[in-house]
Design a protein. Structure first.
Lengths: 396, 256
């Protein structure tokens, strides 16, 4: 892409002084809590709400009557035989352990859900196939809350797909808790109908030496805001946060990531890629990484790339890197937003490939890095087809 | 038998400093079966000529014609020109991340040939051409030009030439960045291609080095945006001896 780029690797000082926006207060000091009333109603000026069109949240952020659930989501589960799926009450003592809500809407969801789903995999158990949880929205003009927890006992191994479809307004928290040496792959797909509003916080808590590959794919919805937070409960964890989004005219897609390195010798690798097309297509990517003083030997890199396909679309990309110790392996970030590269189009066309096909090749190539790492073949094929459809939609 | 005629071609480029005319009336006719060396010093407009023929959006043709068997290719889009039989081996091939070389080659061959090549024949065809150019098989699964060395990029340009089989090929500084062995391999592949296909070649180069491997039928000297002298192989020998001093008014060698 022909873009301004800022890449820093193994270079703490330049990461701090150049492109990274260092917030006035540490990301680690931002308030979290389970009770919605402990949060003020956002005005839109707050750091964590300044990009979100509050008017389109349908009152979710305000509380009161507007935030009372009027419907339910339908959850259908296709689980691997080695996996246990339970429906539990909100009193279940396992809940809430991966982390507390970080904003008012997540706290509203936490305060409002009536029952939760817990998916667990026992110690030393490898799930033989992906477990697919399909969440269907409450329906147009209805509001629902949800809570889901995925937990892997020590040395368990599983792959979980969260597939969001349908209509309505939905706010939820999803917890991922891995025991020592466990390996979890998660893919959360937001394939909502055009009217849907979805605000979701993902809390990832990694046990000692465990590995989590967390992928977010956002295609549909009117407003989708997904906030994955990763925390390390012990040393040696490795989290990979991947994302792919495609915003069409009028869609607002927001991904707010926070990786909190408070344990030594952990790794985090963030790669989010988005394409935008059409009037008022909007994407927001926030990548907060905090390396606390105790997190010696941390290795982190975050990258966000946006491809703006038409006029009238806008992508915001804000990497924040805070480093409180110099004893790290590496820390860096790269963020770039660009239009189609005319040189790439010229090159492909000079080989006889017509312009629409050339554009499709370039976009497919742009997303390839993420799609190639989705190791559930049926899902990968579906997403490839969805991207093709998106491109057809505006006649590329 | 095909003919490529360039008639009084003028082209300019627009930069922040304004519009600058680079091609100032190029006249040149190439027939299939002929190899024309276009030799010129830095900044003479050789590469602009190649881009203008291919239709790069950065260069605006302000007057003149480029006729392929009487049809004005300047009225065609970039991809139409390629499908009509023009090929440009670029000096700086472009990287296209995430698009595999094999997918790219097959998509291009399908476009140029008008139908998808039969898979079984295609695989063999690509393998054979890659072998001729000493390109390891694993390159087929790598992204187009991404992370390729200069020499690897040039080999892949000639691979595309061999697979797309144009009527006219413009090779823009194909020799630059090639070491001795690579230059020999690439030149041999070009010679194989011209020997077995009815193709016209414009070989654009600053130096006489590649002409030791690829014999030109005609040599043109390009300076100040136009062809200033044409002759046979002996003109290249003269440039080798004397450089471009006669054309640019200062010493500029044509031999390394």
């Amino acid at each position: 892409m022909t873009v301004a780029e800022n890449t820093t690797e193994n270079n703490v000082r330049s990461a701090l002084q150049e492109g990274a926006v260092v917030p006035e207060t540490s990301r680690g000091e931002r308030f979290t809590g389970y009770d919605v009333e402990a949060f003020e109603v956002p005005s839109g000026r707050e750091e964590n709400w300044r990009f979100t069109p509050l008017k389109r949240l349908r009152g979710l952020h305000k509380g009161g009557d507007a935030a009372v659930a009027t419907g339910k989501v339908t959850l259908s589960v296709d689980a691997a035989p080695e996996v246990t799926v339970e429906t539990v009450s909100r009193e279940d003592e396992r809940l809430g352990k991966a982390g507390a809500p970080g904003d008012r809407v997540s706290a509203q969801a936490y305060s409002s859900f009536t029952e939760a789903t817990v998916v667990s995999v026992g110690a030393d158990t490898k799930a033989s196939k992906p477990t697919v949880l399909t969440v269907t929205g409450p329906g147009k003009d209805l509001l629902a809350y949800g809570h889901l927890q995925i937990r892997l006992a020590p040395y368990a191994e599983a792959s979980v797909v969260l597939d969001h479809r349908g209509s309505g307004t939905y706010a939820d928290n999803v917890e991922f808790i891995t025991g020592e040496g466990a390996r979890l792959t998660v893919i959360s797909v937001q394939d909502w109908e055009d009217d849907a509003v979805h605000v979701s916080e993902h809390h990832v808590s990694l046990g000692k030496d465990s590995l989590v590959k967390h992928t977010v794919v956002t295609l549909g919805g009117d407003l989708v805001r997904v906030s994955p937070t990763a925390r390390f409960a012990a040393p040696g964890g490795d989290v990979e946060l991947l994302g792919l989004y495609f915003a069409d005219a009028g869609q607002h897609q927001e991904h707010r990531l926070f990786v909190d390195h408070a344990q030594p010798h952990c790794k985090s690798h963030v790669t989010y890629k988005g394409a935008l097309q059409g009037d008022d297509a909007r994407s927001v990517w926030i990548g907060d990484v905090l390396i606390r003083a105790a997190a010696e030997g941390t290795d982190t890199f975050e990258l966000n790339r946006n491809l703006v396909l038409t006029e009238g679309a806008r992508a915001d990309s804000v990497p924040n890197l805070e480093i409180e110790t110099g004893e790290i392996e590496g820390a860096g970030h790269a963020s770039a937003t660009g239009r189609f590269d005319d040189e790439q189009l010229f090159y492909l066309q000079s080989r006889g490939i017509d312009e629409p096909t050339a554009r499709r090749l370039v976009v497919r190539g742009f997303f390839f890095e993420i799609l190639a790492r989705i190791d559930v073949p049926e899902l990968r094929e579906r997403l490839e087809a969805a991207i093709e459809d998106e491109l057809q939609a505006v006649g590329h | 038998m095909a003919t490529l005629e360039i008639k009084d071609l003028h082209a300019s480029v627009t930069t922040d400093e304004g519009t600058k005319e680079i091609l100032k009336g190029v006249n040149l006719t190439v027939r299939s079966g002929e190899v024309h060396a276009i030799m010129g010093p830095n900044g003479s407009g050789k590469s602009t000529l190649s881009y203008a023929i291919a239709g790069h959006p950065k260069y605006e043709v302000t007057s003149g014609e480029v006729l392929l068997d009487g049809e004005n290719v300047l009225e065609m889009s970039v991809d139409e020109r390629a499908r009509a039989g023009l090929f440009l081996a670029m000096q700086y091939p472009v990287e296209v991340p995430g698009v595999s070389m094999s997918n790219f080659l097959r998509t291009a061959a399908t476009a140029v040939r008008g139908e998808a090549p039969k898979l079984r024949h295609w695989v063999k065809e690509v393998r054979d051409e890659m072998a001729k150019l000493d390109i390891p098989a694993e390159f087929a699964e790598r992204s187009v030009n991404e992370g390729f060395s200069g020499g690897e990029k040039k080999r892949h340009e000639i691979l595309q030439l061999a697979l797309l089989k144009p009527k006219f090929a413009v090779l823009d500084e194909t020799d630059s960045g090639l070491d001795v062995d690579a230059l020999r391999v690439v030149s041999q592949a070009v010679n194989d291609f011209t020997a077995s296909n009815d193709v016209g070649v414009m070989l654009i180069t600053h130096y006489t080095r590649i002409l030791k491997h690829i014999q030109p039928d005609v040599v043109h000297v390009f300076a100040e945006g136009r062809v200033v002298e044409s002759g046979g192989k002996e003109l290249a020998d003269e440039l080798e001896e004397q450089g471009y001093v006669k054309y640019v008014g200062k010493a500029e060698p044509a031999a390394l």
